[in-house]
Design a protein around this ligand. Structure first.
Ligand code: ADP
Ligand code: MG
Length: 262
């Protein structure tokens, strides 16, 4: 049985993947996955460790390009545009489809510079006051402004883990992305910092298409409206989060969400 690709009640998708397979050398890590990612919903990718969630997530902004033996087959479009086309500017693509990683990775620079870096290389601010405004707005949207507004020149790496992760989200937001990919963004955080990130995801929903990988099913249920269950490189089931968690159609999904394996 193949999973649904699009949900009938969703509007035009922000991103589409069709028959996407990913290989590491001869090993197939993702097997013919097709899925639509919606603008207005948060999409969660769940599944046991090693089943290909990160690998598939990375196809959406060509981060697999940076892995020497990785090869991607199939078609991925952003607003109908082939992101693997030779004419695609990958630096530009990764600004449009930003990424937040498992371990917060602020640059060893000031809080201000962490956020200003992207807008500067993409030429988004005409001068200092415009840059100040971008930095402030990005930190506000990331729910960090109040905590850092009086210490913008301090190093980003001096912040707590949860603050660092919100700084990384501010950095992604600063270049006005259309899609934000988050790969287990809370797995290095304590419960309070995790709750703040989850709250933030709620606030960002709709402004950006958001895809979050999580191995925490409660988190998927809390933050997402669409859930895709991956297993052994396959997309087993994709649907409304409430349906996936209460009434999965596929036995393998049911086994996973009821904790029979994983
Ligand atoms: N850089 C890599 N080189 C070779 N194999 C990899 C690489 N990254 C991931 N894999 C393999 O691909 C499979 C899927 O991994 P991954 O996408 O990280 O899964 P998940 O994020 O669901 O834990 C695993 O078997 C993993 O060992
Ligand atoms: Mg992973």
């Amino acid at each position: 049985m193949t999973a649904e690709t699009r949900l009938s009640n969703d509007a035009a998708p922000k991103m589409t993947a069709r028959d996407v397979s990913v290989y590491y050398g001869a090993k197939k890590a993702i097997d013919c996955v097709s899925i639509d990612v919606s603008q207005e919903h948060v999409t969660a990718f769940i599944g046991p460790s090693g089943c290909g969630k990160s690998t598939f997530l990375r196809t959406l902004n060509r981060m697999n390009d940076t892995i020497a033996n990785a090869r991607v087959d199939g078609a991925i479009e952003l607003d109908g545009e082939n992101i693997y086309a030779p004419s695609m500017d990958v630096v530009q693509l990764r600004a449009r489809v930003g990424m937040v990683f498992q371990k917060p990775n602020p640059f060893p620079k000031s809080i201000y510079e962490n956020v200003a870096y992207g807008p500067r290389i993409h030429g988004l601010a005409a001068g200092r006051s415009e840059m100040d405004a971008i930095v402030e707005q990005s930190l506000k949207r990331a729910g960090l402004w109040e905590e850092v507004k009086d210490r913008l020149q301090e190093s980003g790496t001096a912040l707590s883990g949860g603050q660092q992760q919100r700084l990384c989200i501010a950095r992604a937001i600063a270049v006005e992305p259309e899609v934000i990919l988050m790969d287990e963004p809370c797995s290095a955080l304590d419960p309070i910092a995790t709750a703040k990130i989850e709250e933030l995801i709620h606030e960002l929903r709709g402004r950006y298409a958001i895809v979050i990988v999580t191995h925490n099913m409660q988190q998927a249920a809390r933050v997402s409206q669409r859930t895709a269950f991956f297993h052994l490189g396959n997309l087993v089931e994709y649907g409304e989060t409430s349906e996936i968690f209460t009434n999965p159609r596929v036995e393998r999904t049911k086994d996973y969400i009821t904790g029979r394996y994983g």
